[in-house]
Design a protein around this ligand. Structure first.
Ligand code: FAD
Ligand code: UDP
Length: 371
């Protein structure tokens, strides 16, 4: 009899497995339908020996010292500040849009934040209420930059126009009036020094944790005796799509290795105007690995397939609320993570959510004092 059956060996499931086993002495079984741990953060060495990310680029960044400290027990870190260039009008320009982007595109030579801000304000279009992903960008940088950097990329990535997506989607990408060209502004920006999978191995390496891979919950739920359940897969799937399917956006990854040391100047190049892929990742920039060859991933998005992104739109939030009500009414089942709580969360947010779930579990189920 397991105290806990945990469905999913990604951040949500693995962080909780470790806490339950090490802090409460609970006996935990973690299953995953995939043949590996680490969920979407899974990385591996490819045929050439280059460390790559099976499910697209994963860069760890957070402002939470608690989250950073927690993971630091399971990995050493490599400092890495992510930089992204967008292929726009035949040039490679910094995204987030910053002073360099503006100077290059408009033939300006602004050197101060004030000049750049004043110029952006001449481009910005007033929007009464910022509701959509189009509103966010147009109200800040105007329609021309929106069309060049955001509209095409978003249509490729989400299969809908930015005007049909919540503001939260494009609001992930700031606009800067200085020349800071980092993709993220967070206090902690690192890559796990030996990779994500190694970090997960260390997290799950506990005598009270058993891991079973290539195992689908639907096939085993009746056969594995367990007291309580943590589910980190899609919440609508858990309830057999009772209220209909929650839309998730899927991706296709094309991994290639080139017989030359470098392909592009930064870790990720975005393609908002041309190509059928959204972005190209070159892993050696992220990992610091030295190798005579280089490995890349081309990302194309798709409506069908493995669920990767919840789609932030008002009607989807309403449908999720109905599933959330079912989830909240459960006594012995906890729903955690990006798919189970239908939130467009980064890794650090999922770790934070898992740690706060652990605190709620401790309140609900205090461990009896020993003896
Ligand atoms: P997952 O990692 O999806 O884990 C859920 C696991 O549950 C999966 O392994 C799945 O196989 C398993 N599962 C589901 N259903 C079942 C079932 N029925 N039976 C058995 N197993 C099941 N975040 C960042 O912070 N920085 C980034 O740079 C970043 N880049 C990203 C790039 C891409 C392309 C994607 C898709 C996401 C990115 N993220 C990034 C987000 C990050 O992947 C997630 O926040 C994190 O992996 C979510 O962890 P999770 O445990 O909730 O879900
Ligand atoms: N986006 C865009 N152009 C870009 C980068 C981002 O239009 O060059 C929009 C797009 O809608 C994307 C969203 O901003 O889905 C969030 O970007 P982010 O890089 O955070 O996406 P993720 O890494 O989560 O796929």
């Amino acid at each position: 009899m397991f105290d806990w059956l945990i469905v999913g060996a990604g951040f949500a499931g693995s962080v909780l497995a470790e806490r339950l086993a090490s802090q409460r002495g609970d006996k935990v079984l973690v299953i995953d339908k995939r043949s590996h741990i680490a969920g979407n953060a899974y990385d591996r060495h490819d045929a050439a020996g280059i460390l790559m990310h099976q499910y697209g680029p994963h860069i760890f960044h957070t402002n939470s010292q608690a989250v950073f400290d927690h993971l630091s027990a399971f990995t050493e870190w490599r400092p890495y500040e992510h930089r992204v260039l967008a292929h726009v009008d035949g040039q490679l320009l910094p995204i987030p849009i910053n002073r360099t982007t503006i100077n290059s595109l408009y033939g300006k030579s602004f050197t101060t934040e004030a000049e750049t801000e004043a110029f952006l304000q001449t481009l910005a279009e007033p929007v009464d209420e910022i509701r959509t992903s189009e509103d966010v960008v147009v109200s800040r940088v105007g329609r021309e930059l929106y069309e060049r950097f955001f509209r095409g990329y978003t249509r490729k990535q989400w299969g809908v126009d930015p005007s049909e997506l919540d503001k939260s989607v494009t609001a992930r990408v700031p606009t800067r009036v200085n020349d800071d060209d980092r993709y993220f502004g967070d206090r902690y920006q690192f890559m796990p020094a030996a990779g994500y999978t190694r970090m997960f191995e260390r997290m799950l390496d506990h005598p009270r944790i058993t891991v079973m891979l290539s195992t689908n919950f639907a096939d085993v739920r009746k056969h594995i005796p367990h007291r309580r359940l943590i589910f980190t897969g899609p919440v609508d799937e858990y309830y057999d799509f009772r209220y209909g399917r929650l839309p998730y956006r899927s991706l296709r990854f094309e991994h290639v290795t080139l017989d030359k040391p470098w392909h592009q100047p930064v870790g990720v190049v975005n393609y908002p105007q041309t190509e059928d892929y959204t972005r190209v990742t070159e892993y050696k920039h992220l990992t610091g690995q030295e190798h005579p060859k280089t490995s890349l991933t081309y990302e194309r998005s798709a409506a069908e397939g493995e669920p990767y992104y919840p789609v932030p739109r008002p009607e989807n939030a309403l449908l999720y609320k109905r599933y959330e009500a079912l989830a909240d009414a459960e006594r012995d089942v906890w729903f955690v993570g990006r798919l189970a709580t239908y939130r467009y969360y980064n890794m650090d947010q999922v770790v934070g959510q898992a740690l706060s779930t652990f605190r709620r579990i401790e309140e609900a189920l205090p461990v009896p004092p020993a003896g």
